[in-house]
Ligand binder design. Sequence first.
Ligand code: HEM
Ligand code: HEM
Length: 211
Amino acid sequence: MVASDTDGMVRVWDPLVRIGHWVLVAAFATAYLTEGEPEWLHSWAGYAIAGTVALRILWGFAGPRRARFSDFVTGPGRVIAYLRDLAAGRAERHLGHSPAGGAMTLALLAALSITALTGMATLAVEEGRGPLAGIVTAQSLPAWAMEMEEDEHEHRARGEEADALEEIHELAANATLLLIALHVAGVLWASRVHGENLARAMLTGRKPAAR
Ligand code: HEM
Ligand code: HEM
């Protein structure tokens, strides 16, 4: 049983999950729209994402019940079954993340991590700066990254390695954006099927108790 307030609402999302979520939204929009320039704003937005994601992953093991991975990570079978039920308009309502919401949470955290890390790698190889300077170098790039570079940017005056990484970083950013579009569509869809405003719950942290 979950303690419910007098108005029939229950607390589901703790402040770290909620504030973290809206920091991710603001920082992703900033990093994506700045596209690398001005660099200080772009990289600080990226670091805000990396820090928030790292904290959220720790919270997935140490946080309260609804924030824990053990509460919402399920196998692909349950995710597919949930999506099928959602399409048929009869999906079971979940107080925490649904199986699809849980899978999307993992996918978003992974995609954001990869995008931020490839950004740091670009900066390290291109200019020898940032947290990965000296750790990621031109020599540590895989052969396919170099080939990709040679095909597309033979003529560029800048370092080949940096261009290849920037290309990969941009690809990661666009793949993340695609996931975000699916994420928002899923939120709106599930909100409709369950007749509740999931986005508002991510702001207030509260959802109606079992109905
Ligand atoms: C840059 C854009 C976005 C990113 C990176 C993002 C990322 C995430 C992540 C990582 C989670 C998992 C939350 C957790 O357990 O910590 C989540 C959940 C959620 N997000 Fe977003 N989000 C974005 C945009 C949005 C927008 C625009 C909305 C509003 C429509 C939204 C509504 C939600 C809701 C309602 C949940 C909870 C889903 C559920 O009930 O299972 N998100 N988001
Ligand atoms: C997850 C957050 C991030 C997103 C969504 C993002 C997105 C982008 C995009 C769309 C571009 C433009 C690529 C192009 O047009 O070629 C870009 C470039 C770049 N990003 Fe990021 N980025 C993120 C994080 C980072 C981080 C953490 C760093 C470094 C600390 C970084 C460093 C760079 C650099 C150096 C460039 C190339 C700038 C240039 O030379 O024009 N990014 N990023």
